[in-house]
Design a protein around this ligand. Sequence first.
Ligand code: MN
Length: 296
Amino acid sequence: MNSNLTVQRIAGRASDIGGGMVVLRAVPTRQRRMIGAWCFLDHLGPVDFPAAQGMHVGAHPHIGLQTFTWLIEGEVLHRDSLGSEQIIRPGQVNLMTAGHGVVHTEDSLVGGQRLHAAQLWIALPANAADCPPAFEHFPDLPRWSEGAATLTLLAGSYAGRRMSASFHTPLVGLDAWSLSGGALRLSLDPGFEHGFFVLEGEMQLAGERYVLDELAYLPPGATELTLELAPGSRLLLVGGVPFAEPVLMFWNFVGHDKASIAAAWRDWQAGAARFGPVAGGEDRRLAAPPLPWVGV
Ligand code: MN
């Protein structure tokens, strides 16, 4: 690693997302609003739900972003206003492009089950923010061994491998898991900023120890980095070109101006056509909090 780059330590903060889930949120925090286009990073669990319980998130809208789910343990049923109905299982990714507007629900498949996942949002640039919504499921991701770790490419390209989803800005997502622990040398795109988030166990990075739910942020400029995973550790790497445009986030909406977010808020309240029904979700629509701005 280029020795004049400073690594920033960011601790995740607990956040109640409703539906029986408290998550650890690493992005956005006061210190770090985004990493490339990644504008949201929640760590769900691992949690063992009591019998007959699970995660149940009622119908809620999104605009201006892609939701990205990386499932490590458990099974979750995704349903949306496009008519998608998809079970996601360990080792798989769901990518929902909200664009102009979409509504979805997320439900544990079986009560009393263990759940462990990372849920991220990817901000869409202004020229794609209003695109038609879409949903994609990725059951088979590029996966290979490197030293003592198993790497899974979750998004973008890495070391000659490519994940097949199309994104609107250059980015990468990578999971590294190691049972025995050991050194892991990562190649990095020097045009990207990167975040290294501990999903299980702990790691040593640039001479510092990072424990569960801590994020190490590295600014652009590095072409490689060697870190040390403790036995039984899992790392989530996210990176991308620093986002050039200002991004506003309110509730489940991402936008580039207050007016577009206020319009989405009003459309959700009014039950407008762009936020259509979800099978099994109409009796549990989530209420939007009041808009924080007056007169938009
Ligand atoms: Mn959502």
